[in-house]
Design a protein around this ligand. Structure first.
Ligand code: DGL
Length: 262
């Protein structure tokens, strides 16, 4: 696959940007296309058939753009559509839940809570994927049907009340960690951390983008771009002193290349 080809990202709306922005930070030279399926938002209450149809339409769109890979940033689509579309395209498809499960299961936690959409919770996808790696885990998934509309700014409920309601229910389970299993939910962290400590929450986006990066590197399809450093003298000391600010690995001594004009 052409390294310069773009990577496609999709989600039902703005939620996937929480994944995209982290991806951009660690792979700034990749070409990228983002698709927000606002016409069909929210995904959380759609049937599996509908979600498979949305995923196919979007993957066909990305195919027409000659992408080298597609990131399903959406948990609901990963839970309910990925298995049915994954073999139909000749580019790699990265689903968020399946890609993060191993790292999350490996964390110091025996009891894991999951906040997700109704669709993701009903699918049992988080339980299925996490238990593959740590069968002794205890997992409780709770659907938060109003949280996407709260984030998208079309909420009809009292956001603080609704958030506390679900969090109180979750805390009775005494979780060691709580996965924010919908890409919209990290936008609610400020509100969530009014009622529970920050370090209890897992935003899978961080784990996900590391997984994608490692996989692209492994398959030699990562576009790292290039950077060149030139100095007019003392390349070795520049490399050594640069470590305070930036990890410069190789530096060209310009005078050595083109002559000394001083
Ligand atoms: N943001 C999506 C997810 O990660 C779906 C939200 C929705 O549209 O209901 O599940």
């Amino acid at each position: 696959m052409e390294k310069n080809a773009p990577i496609g990202f999709f989600d039902s709306g703005v939620g996937g940007l929480s994944v995209y922005s982290k991806f951009r930070n660690i792979l700034p030279f990749e070409n990228a296309i983002y698709y927000g399926d606002l016409k069909n938002l929210p995904y959380g209450n759609k049937t599996q058939e509908e979600l498979i149809g949305f995923a196919r339409n979007i993957l066909d769109f990305f195919k027409s753009k000659d992408v080298k890979a597609v990131v399903i940033a959406c948990n609901t689509s990963s839970a309910l559509a990925y298995d049915f579309v994954k073999d139909d395209y000749d580019f790699k498809i990265y689903p968020i839940i399946q890609s993060c499960a191993k790292v999350i299961a490996g964390m110091q936690a025996k009891r894991i809570g999951v906040f997700a959409t109704e669709g993701t919770v009903k699918s049992g996808a988080y339980e299925r994927e996490l238990l593959k790696y740590k069968p002794e885990l205890e997992i409780k998934a709770i659907a938060c049907p109003n949280w996407v509309s709260i984030v998208e700014g079309v909420n009809l409920v009292d956001a603080d009340f609704d958030i506390k309601l679900h969090l109180d229910e979750m805390m009775k389970f005494i979780p060691d960690k709580i996965i924010l299993g919908c890409t919209h939910y990290p936008y609610l962290l400020e509100k969530l951390t009014k009622f529970a400590p920050r370090n209890i929450f897992i935003d899978p986006a961080e784990i996900f983008v590391d997984y994608i990066k490692n996989d692209l590197l492994l398959t030699d399809s990562c576009n790292l771009g290039f950077e060149e450093f030139y100095v007019s003298a003392d390349a070795e000391s520049f490399i050594k002193n640069s470590q305070l600010f930036y990890n410069v690995k190789k530096c060209n001594n310009l005078n050595a290349c083109i002559g000394n004009f001083s």
